[in-house]
Design a protein around this ligand. Structure first.
Ligand code: 3AM
Length: 179
């Protein structure tokens, strides 16, 4: 059976708490669960065992120094002209872009099809649908979301299990950055 994989950074508890504090005041939003909160570095998609193993191994070569990230603001993505998700943004970070770039290269070396979309760092807070109330009020209320910097010292290869009640994200391998 293929594995549905992605690579992400898991924010620490105080950041998850700050994100959870924003999860109110929007009728019809499907808020992310605490254990679903992550910053995707690379969505891989379905990979059969040999490729999945090669990806897991190739990611071991990605070992930049730890760096800091902080939350900055909120926003939304649209699909077919409608808001589809709400997210928290991150303060601009060259180190984050560099990490995503190295992860992308490691995935390609393992045999993944190159990602052509530009990396857009975000942490999804909610999924929306056509019955969600207009998001303008929520965006205005949380536009000043900020956090203290937190140290990023690892990234994770996740397997996504799709289910009726939402996706379950299972950590498969944790990759420690250089100490
Ligand atoms: O980081 P977020 O929550 O935006 O939306 C999915 C989630 O991203 C995204 O991968 C993360 C873990 O599931 N995702 C799911 N299917 C995708 C696809 N076909 C996808 N990203 C790109 N292409």
């Amino acid at each position: 059976m293929p594995h549905r994989l992605f690579v992400a950074i898991r924010p620490p508890e105080q950041i998850r708490d700050a994100l959870i504090d924003t999860m109110e005041g929007l009728e019809g939003a499907r808020w992310q669960g605490e254990d679903q909160l992550h910053l995707t570095l690379r969505f891989i998609g379905e990979a059969e065992a040999p490729l999945a193993n090669d990806i897991a191994e190739s990611l071991c070569t990605v070992r930049p120094a730890p760096f800091a990230l902080s939350l900055k603001g909120v926003g939304h993505f649209e699909r077919r002209g409608r808001p589809h998700s709400l997210w928290a943004g991150l303060s601009p970070s060259r180190n984050l872009l560099d990490l995503a770039d190295r992860v992308e290269k490691a995935c390609r070396r393992a045999g993944c099809t190159p990602e052509t979309r530009r990396f857009a760092p975000h942490i999804t807070i909610a999924r929306l649908n056509s019955s969600t109330e207009p998001i303008g009020g929520w965006i205005a209320n949380h536009g000043d979301l900020r956090s203290d910097p937190w140290p990023v010292d690892a990234f994770i290869l996740y397997e996504s299990h799709l289910g009726a009640g939402g996706s379950l994200y299972e950590p498969v391998v944790r990759y420690q950055l250089k100490s």
